[in-house]
Ligand binder design. Sequence first.
Ligand code: SAH
Length: 212
Amino acid sequence: MDNAQRKMQFLFALRSKGVTDKRVLSAMEKIDRGHFVRGTFESRTYDDTPLPIACGQTISQPSVVGLMTQALKVEPRNKVLEIGTGSGYQAAILSQLARRVYTVDRFKRLVVHANRVFQALDLSNITAFTADGSHGLPEQAPFDRILVTAAAEDPPGPLLAQLKIGGIMVLPVGQEQTVQSLIKVTRLENGFDYDEIRPVRFVPLLEGLGKE
Ligand code: SAH
């Protein structure tokens, strides 16, 4: 199979797993996952599977990236916060759909690397920081959309507080080593609405900065 065929199969797999939103599919067609996968795992770039990246973390499974992005219902004027930059792949997809993307990771090394890829691809509406995302990003709050790509036991309070009214947050909740639930939280005028999307498995949301 050549690269073009692999990419076709990649998009086909997304559709067959329920990623049907046209804007999400075209963002995923445009942003090549190959820019975010390195070394030994390059040959598996277009497989629908999570892959190891630096610092013991993972780039998420493409269909899960697609389903999370779809559930977030990003609109072109939105300011989006992502917690868990990792490889930068998810942020790059979001950058195609939103006006502005802020992304944070607790590992400086991952942020430095992701920033290089964003620059090379000319994705100038993404700003990546090294920070503990469980506190959100108060300087830039509030956000129209928040996407968390690491699992917490419950939705972190500061993130709920930094969501605009009418805003949406998508995140995995549950304990490490168990099946977690991907949930969608919508902020209403007076409270929050919670929807369960599907079972997922993510690395944990940890407190404090990483050592690398
Ligand atoms: N969205 C990424 C995948 C992220 S894996 C991608 O597209 O490649 C989850 C990431 O969350 C890891 O890089 C991990 O370091 C980060 N993380 C975990 N806890 C965090 C926290 N409290 N604040 C910021 N990042 C965190």
